[in-house]
Design a protein around this ligand. Structure first.
Ligand code: CTP
Length: 432
């Protein structure tokens, strides 16, 4: 698969740079060719000599290296590759690319390339969770940049959390997936005539192999996501502003952690996550049926924004305006509560039932009551006031509530919220 592929590896400045040497070794073993750019910060951690010895090629370090410009300019360097890999991708390199800055060889190359870019972030946990880095992450994902990692664990700086660079073997796997994704993209776009063609960026983000681990190997997870549409007549429906992004991100993270995932999705404009069984539904009642069919499962996550009400009757034909008459009054009846009905099941109750609470005031207080009322084990509370930008946006600030208390997370990319939630579920299964 990697034989004769040309990888341009940008090595940023971080303690994880030593792992990029192992990555070069793995790439060379797979018969890929590797050209490397070593940033000036990177040179504090690994030497140009060791990098070039492993690549069996000269290392590029300086934008204004005239010999290199004469042989191969930075534009050509960026385009001659099949894939550009940044490992370690420092907070600085991510920020530069997210902001379109180009003041050295690495950042200029990243801006000039017409090839896919895969980043393996590595930084201190606080730097990773900082709002600025998370904002940059969201921007880069939207721009089509692929990510692998970071992993969670003890860090060189003595702290613990997400920020460690993914292991070279995982990066190698992500490189293989990214190259395969590039190869199938034109066909995918060309044949998507009946469904809306996803913008290239979400499709790219789709193949995010960022969260690979085996924390949920063999665990069956059922997830609801998106809004429901409750028909009024054949052309009109009641809906809400849910984009489905958080539920889809959770499905991706669960699949990447080895789970067998069924995603029951209301109508959304998102590409189906790779490796996940997706069941498309419209109404709350369809969603409940689909969830029941998908059981048994060990984990049920209700991330959908289910419409609380549907019309008491659906008109068989389009309701017409009657000149001079008052508009129709819609009689509403309550929809089944999917989360509560699964949480309260005697037979086949999943071991872990997780709900979401969409609140616009007293977020934690309301969510605590909701957890008890619905009988779920954990509830993920989020503020969905328009000012929070959560509905439809890429960031989320959540509080995880279980029977032992509340854990509040900083504002994070929805992908990162998903990753942490899946990691927390992995810990739960390890401990129970
Ligand atoms: N939920 C569900 N079925 C419904 C309504 C909600 O499964 N008919 C689930 C959602 O997927 C979410 C949780 O219940 O996991 C809470 O949803 P939310 O909209 O916050 O609460 P509601 O039950 O609608 O309560 P309220 O509107 O009073 O806040």
């Amino acid at each position: 698969m990697l034989k004769d592929k040309r990888i341009l590896l940008i090595i940023g400045g971080g303690i994880a740079a030593y792992k990029s040497l192992e990555l070069i070794r793995l790439l060379r073993k797979a018969e890929a060719s590797v050209h490397a750019i070593l940033t000036s910060a990177g040179q504090h951690f690994v030497t140009p000599l060791s990098v070039s010895a492993l690549c069996e090629a000269r290392v590029f370090t300086d934008l204004f290296d005239l010999t290199a410009e004469a042989e191969m300019g930075h534009i050509e360097l960026s385009r001659a590759a099949d894939l550009v890999v940044v490992a370690p991708a420092t907070a600085d390199l991510m920020a530069k690319l997210a902001g379109g800055l180009a003041n050295d060889l690495a950042s200029t190359t990243l801006l000039a390339t017409d090839k896919a870019v895969l980043m393996a972030p590595a930084m201190n946990v606080r730097m990773w969770t900082h709002a600025a880095t998370q904002r940059n992450l969201v921007q880069l994902i939207a721009d089509g940049v692929l990510f692998v990692g970071p992993d969670e664990g003890p860090m060189a700086c003595g702290e613990y959390g997400p920020g460690r660079m993914a292991e070279p073997a995982d990066i190698l796997q992500a490189i293989t997936a990214a190259l395969a994704d590039e190869a199938v993209r034109p066909a995918l776009v060309a044949t998507s005539t009946t469904v809306p063609v996803p913008k290239p960026s979400p499709l790219r983000a789709e193949s995010l192999p960022a969260l690979t681990s085996d924390a949920l190997q063999g665990v069956r997870v059922v997830i609801t996501s998106g809004p429901t549409h409750e028909p009024i007549d054949p052309v009109r429906y009641i809906a809400n502003r849910s984009s489905g992004k958080q539920g889809y991100a959770i499905a991706r993270a669960a699949a990447a952690a080895g789970a067998e995932v069924t995603l029951i999705s209301g109508p959304v404009q998102l590409a189906p996550p790779a490796g996940v069984e997706v069941v498309q539904v419209e109404s709350a009642r369809d969603m409940l049926n689909a969830v029941e069919l998908a059981l048994p499962a060990q984990v049920f996550i209700a991330a959908a924004a289910v419409a609380d009400w549907r019309t008491a009757a659906t008109a068989g034909q389009k309701i017409k305006k009657v000149p001079g008459a008052r508009g129709p009054t819609l009689a509403l009846v309550e929809n089944p509560d999917i989360l509560a009905s699964i949480a309260k099941r005697r037979k086949d109750r999943p071991r872990l039932v997780i709900g979401f609470a969409a609140e616009t005031e007293e977020v934690v207080t309301h969510a605590k009551t909701k957890r008890v009322r619905k009988g779920c084990d954990w509830i993920v509370a989020n503020d969905v006031t328009p000012a929070s930008g959560v509905m439809g946006g890429d960031l989320n600030t959540v509080h995880i509530i279980d029977n032992s208390g509340v854990e509040s997370w900083p504002k994070l990319a929805k992908e990162e919220v998903a990753r942490r939630l899946i990691s927390r579920i992995g810990d739960y299964f390890a401990a129970h």
